[in-house]
Design a protein around this ligand. Structure first.
Ligand code: FMN
Length: 156
């Protein structure tokens, strides 16, 4: 039998609808501000995460120790920069899947093939996305972004 861990590692997957500007340059500035703020917070709380944005949907996997994760999600849940925040899955995990405190992927020409293949948009529109599909796309986007940067995955 494996020893029981002293603290538990969990992930939480949610999706929401962004309330950001329709103007591309204002929106990109808002995303930059959000990313800077989230990265700092997550580093402090030893949270790793991956956020992807497809049209107006934000989808995020956050990983960390139970209390840090709950605290973080409570802040996310009341943030006016998005609405209709819905948890897809919340469970214990054996290890982290993501290496950065805050990684962000916005659907665009460089990664469109992966988004198109996963075809999750209709499931967000219906309100019934599956955790496994989200996790798989986020992992592929992470790998694709690391290979474009020529780096090795640095998993915690
Ligand atoms: C789509 C989205 C994702 C976010 N992700 C995180 C996150 O990973 N970690 C985090 O601390 N805050 C995240 N936030 C920001 C929080 O909602 C909040 O603004 C931030 O933690 C600062 O909280 P404070 O002003 O109470 O200090 C996110 C917000 C949005 C809209």
């Amino acid at each position: 039998m494996r020893p029981t861990p002293r603290t538990s590692l969990l992930h939480l997957i949610y999706f929401s609808r962004l309330n950001l500007s329709a103007d591309p340059s204002a929106r990109s500035q808002q995303m930059d501000d959000l990313a800077r703020q989230c990265q700092k917070k997550n580093e402090f709380h030893v949270i790793t995460s991956f956020l992807f944005v497809d049209q107006n949907f934000a989808v995020q996997v956050i990983e960390g120790e139970r209390n840090a994760l709950i605290e973080t999600f409570n802040r996310i849940n009341v943030d006016p920069r998005h609405r209709d925040v819905k948890i897809v899955e919340w469970r214990e995990i054996a290890k982290r899947d993501f290496g950065q405190s805050f990684a962000l992927s916005v659907r665009g020409p460089v990664n469109d093939a992966l988004y198109a293949k996963a075809n999750l948009l209709p499931t967000f529109q219906r309100g019934t996305p599956k955790a496994a599909g989200i996790l798989s796309l986020a992992q592929q986007l992470q790998a694709e972004s690391l290979s474009r940067q020529g780096g090795d995955p640095m998993l915690v």
